[in-house]
Ligand binder design. Sequence first.
Ligand code: KG4
Ligand code: ZN
Length: 338
Amino acid sequence: MKECILGIETSCDETAAAVYDSQRGMLSSVLFSQIELHKKYGGVVPELASRAHIDKIDEIVQEALTAANVTLDDITTVGVTAKPGLPGSLLVGACFAKAIAGSTDKKIIAVDHLEGHAFSACIENSIPFPFLCITASGGHTSMYTISDFGKYQTIATTYDDAAGEAFDKIAKLLELGYPGGPIVEKRATEENFVDHFKYPRGDHKDINFSFSGLKTAVLYDLVKRGAYDLKTKTLLDTSEELKNKVCSSLLVCIADVFEQKLKIALDKHPEMKAFAFVGGVACNKYIRARLKNWAEKEGLNFFVPSPKYCTDNAGMIAFVAHYMAQKGQFSELSFDIL
Ligand code: KG4
Ligand code: ZN
């Protein structure tokens, strides 16, 4: 059945909207990033995030419709992120979507943000099922086996911090700014990805991730080198040289950890035909190259979305809502956010 989906995403610090048409594919995907707003706090401030969503959502939805060259009349279904995320932020998107659907008599679909990420590599690629997928973002690090659209099993998660969170927190420790991932990547590139400090890679046999230990290991390594004072919580050695060395060692360590976990996953699930690397951390060129190399050695096709579908976006939400609509999986207008 022909569907024209308006996707809305406000789970964290991006106000995003997209239009996906069942015959013509993705017609638009636009967003407003609140990074500048949260930068000075070194992380997302929930209260500010929800207020900024309220401020922007109307404009962003209109922008998505205009860029797609459609009007609200052309939209058949509204898909909106309902979980997981910051409650105040999710509520803005959900209420806005409900208002549109309710007042114009359209169908609505509550979408799981993580399902959005998991299928984000399918927007631009035809990936053979079943495939293995790692979602690595600021809030989540999970691994899935995916057997069809909407059919997936979580085979690993993180016990504590997400991979992106490790980049962000360690960058904060080094007084490098927010978000940490792109800054760490730039400095690691300058350092030629040399693994100077050989941080611990964690449990080789456990398929689940743990990045909080890595953050602590980096901290204590700095203390050991006389570069950080625990009592006053100050970085004593602020040299570019040290910062670059930490960034380089950190990036190599995280890439190694992903590779380790993938090996365990493939041993357990040898039927996998491809591997998709998604989420904000998948913007990282070094980790992409390492995992592509690994996948190809294992005979798996490797897929990664364009950067605009790696970080939070509404395109992935509209895409999931589209295949859910095709299966008749609509939500009640009274659905709650989680
Ligand atoms: O997917 P995303 O936009 O938001 C969440 O759902 O969390 O991911 C944001 C995360 C941040 O932690 C950021 O540091 C990380 O993705 N990130 C990167 C890179 N670009 C963004 N991490 C490593 N290398 C990058 N180039
Ligand atoms: Zn996300």
